[in-house]
Design a protein around this ligand. Structure first.
Ligand code: AVJ
Length: 326
């Protein structure tokens, strides 16, 4: 970690952590942004979440991609050579299914993961080039929520952008619409976007996926406080907060909160800030939006994509939608 670029990245993250925590914990409804979950421990806990019996999204989307990867890649290519970009530094085995399908179709493939973290991109590059012969990785350090700027492709190529894993679910309708417009602006007509969204279903199934019996999601949520203790010299007592997941039907989203079990005051030394909590007061830590059938396609259409095709599982729990830039 002695390279200047990485030091800059660390300093940049430290600064934005301090800023969002101050802003979020001094707001009326206290809040912390979900990207804070993913420190080292949080990333490991998320991996465990994806394997939980209650957490259906990962395995459902994987099932859809296993069945349809060849068709998706063929539709996206439209007879030309395909390169594949991904928003986020690689969703491991699901990305692999699509890369393997592209290799089968055209021999080799250029993979362009886009992420704000140079460290995460380097890890993804190393892993993918080692594990999947035929893939060349060209990482791009960039905040794709502020628009997408990719290296120009060759005239005879087409680009498929992956935004899978229901990652768009963290964004409210306005932010999600803006994000898709930004992605569209970075593509040329004929390029495609593959969007994975979690669908609305019965509330007990949704809630269980975010409040599992083994308590892994609770640990994932509480790890935020551990992170603030470590990085901001805070003195959160983790046993004084509880994990809560609720289905907000009016907003079509699962909300995760950390609930203060009692009236208490927390000190954040690095911010020179004291925060008061009433009993039952919450910190809102995540929204995970769930889409009605057809809603993702409608949103893509409004952002300048023509709906090509969508695939869902038999239960209609998760959808993967392909749209072509107009
Ligand atoms: C990574 C945003 C898709 O919303 O399901 C899982 C994160 N939070 N369990 C989701 C998450 C709690 C996940 N996404």
């Amino acid at each position: 970690m002695n390279e200047p670029a990485l030091q800059t990245e660390e300093a940049r993250i430290e600064e934005s952590v301090a800023a969002v925590v101050r802003e979020g914990l001094t707001a009326g409804q206290k809040r912390l942004p979900p990207w804070l979950f993913y420190d080292e421990a949080g990333s490991r806990l998320f991996e465990r979440i994806t394997e939980l019996p209650e957490y259906y999204p990962t395995r459902t989307e994987r099932g859809i991609l296993t069945e349809h990867a060849a068709e998706i890649v063929a539709l996206a290519a439209g007879g030309r050579r395909l390169r594949m970009a991904e928003l986020g530094a690689g969703s491991a085995d699901k990305t692999r299914l699509l890369l393997a399908a592209a290799i089968k179709q055209q021999g080799t493939v250029l993979y362009e993961p886009v992420d704000v973290s140079a460290t995460a991109l380097e890890a993804a590059r190393e892993r993918i080039e080692r594990e999947i012969p035929g893939v060349r990785v060209a990482p791009r350090v960039e905040d794709y929520t502020r628009g997408l700027e990719l290296e120009p492709e060759e005239a005879d190529e087409r680009r498929l952008v992956l935004y899978i894993g229901s990652s768009i679910g963290n964004f409210d309708p306005q932010e999600a619409a803006g994000l898709l417009v930004g992605v569209r602006a970075g593509l040329k007509p004929g390029d495609t976007l593959l969007l994975g969204v979690d669908l609305v279903k019965d509330a007990p199934t949704l809630v269980a996926a975010y409040d599992d019996a083994a308590g892994v999601t609770a640990a994932f949520n509480l790890n935020l406080l551990e992170r603030l203790n470590r990085e901001l010299g805070a003195d959160f007592d983790l046993s004084a907060f509880a994990h809560r997941a609720v289905w907000n039907a009016a907003e079509s989203r699962i909300e995760m909160h950390l609930v203060s079990r009692r009236k208490q005051r927390v000190r954040l030394k690095a911010l020179n800030l004291d925060v008061e909590f009433a009993e039952d007061e919450t910190i809102h830590t995540e929204n995970s939006y769930k889409y009605a059938p057809g809603a993702a396609e409608a949103r893509m259409t409004r952002a300048g994509f023509a709906a090509v095709e969508s695939w869902a599982d038999d239960r209609g729990w998760f959808a993967v939608c392909l749209g072509r830039a107009k």
